[in-house]
Design a protein around this ligand. Structure first.
Ligand SMILES: Cc1ncc(C[n+]2csc(CCOP(=O)(O)OP(=O)(O)O)c2C)c(N)n1
Length: 361
């Protein structure tokens, strides 16, 4: 492995997003599909689990049992099919905060997600065997981390790929540009996965960049770029698998622009009816990524109502199991706020800890 940039990089950027699922259940380019039927069903199951988790988590937030949270609803194909193109246990996933199904696929436990939104720090922890970094709320801060992780592991002689997620809004941060530039120079095995979901809270896509396509920025960093229909699970998987191949072959990073849509609010504190037209939302609802993959699989007889009912039952059981673990986990203590700030408390922290002492609250 070399840490020098490859001399030539394929620029696969095009303004037209790649689609591999036609509206009729067929495919415009079946040769490019990299998932067999079992693989497609596995992606669909994970997407449906994510949707069911979103619905339960919002309900618990409305009951005051969970804090403010962001759902993945509408973006399930974008997140799930891309994450599943990487090898579990070998490659790395670096999330923003809207990537639960991908994090779960790579080993982040669902009960940790629930604990996180119950304000329990145990939820922020990632098991050692899961190659997932913690959720990142500071926009774009995770992108340079991902480049460092990819480059560092390459320098250590490992053959691993890192995928980093961020939104159209985060792509306006300096961290994004600096990370892409450095990754291009180093030829780091990293995939920049930009989810254009139409909005950054209430800021529309057109106010984020004057460029026609975010992926068109890739040649400026000397890296490959691709645009994909983010609601087409098969296309998302194929484009990401191609980027994994490039990274493993030593051909460096890829910037993938996934064109998708956030069907819910930005988070549970947001009211999108204040800034989104009904017509726009309805247009995207018709492209729901879960219904699309179900139609595709049903066309070949691989999906039907019985299987749907079975998957829904399995998902409910998994949610109940994880909620059970989360609700049985002891509540955080006040001390935990201070425990992991420094190895030893500063004078000010010690004073604050003492003023709140009394243990559990
Ligand atoms: C550095 C920084 N600035 C501002 C915010 C406040 N903020 C939280 S989410 C968000 C919008 C992010 O939009 P995008 O990156 O497109 O991701 P999305 O939430 O749409 O998935 C903003 C401005 C933040 N968390 N971090």
């Amino acid at each position: 492995m070399t840490s020098e940039a490859p001399s030539e990089v394929p620029h696969v950027t095009s303004g037209t997003p790649l689609r591999l699922m036609g509206d009729d259940g067929g495919s415009p380019d079946p040769q490019r599909i990299r998932l067999d039927e079992d693989g497609q069903l596995a992606v669909l199951r994970q997407m449906m689990l994510s949707r069911a988790v979103d619905q339960r988590a919002v309900s618990l937030q409305r009951q005051g049992r969970f804090g403010t949270l962001s759902t993945v609803t509408g973006q399930e194909a974008s997140v799930t099919a891309s994450a599943m193109a990487l090898e579990r246990g070998r490659d790395w996933l670096v999330p923003q905060y809207r990537e639960l199904p991908g994090m779960m696929y790579h080993g982040y436990p669902l009960e940790h997600f629930f604990l996180y939104f119950m304000g329990n720090m145990a939820g922020a922890g990632v098991p050692d065997e899961a190659r997932v970094l913690p959720i990142q709320i500071a926009l774009a801060a995770q992108i340079p981390h991902a480049v460092g992780l990819a480059w560092g592991r390459q320098l250590q002689g490992h053959d691993e790929v890192v995928i980093v997620y961020f939104g159209d809004g985060a792509s306006s941060e300096g961290d994004f540009h600096e990370a892409c530039n450095l990754a291009g120079i180093l030829g780091a095995p990293v995939i920049f996965f930009l989810q254009d979901n139409g909005w950054a809270i209430s800021t529309p896509r057109r106010m984020q960049s004057a460029a026609a396509s975010f992926a068109d920025r890739a040649p400026g960093y000397g890296i490959a770029g691709a645009v994909v229909d983010g609601n087409d699970a098969l296309a998302v998987h194929a484009v990401t698998a191609e980027a994994v191949d490039r990274a493993r072959a030593g051909d460096g990073p890829t910037l993938i622009e996934s064109k998708t849509y956030r069907l819910g609010p930005h988070n549970t504190a947001d009211d999108p009816t204040r800034y989104v037209d009904d017509a726009e939302r309805e247009e995207w609802e018709a492209r729901d990524p879960i219904a699309r993959l179900q139609r595709h699989l049903a066309a070949s007889g691989a999906w039907d109502d019985d299987l749907a009912a079975e998957v829904e039952r399995d998902n409910e059981a998994e949610i109940e199991r994880a909620l059970g673990v989360a609700f049985e986990t002891p509540s955080p203590t006040v001390d935990q706020i201070f425990d992991h700030v420094y190895a030893a408390d500063s004078v000010r922290l010690a004073r604050q800890r003492a003023s709140l002492s009394g243990g559990d609250r």
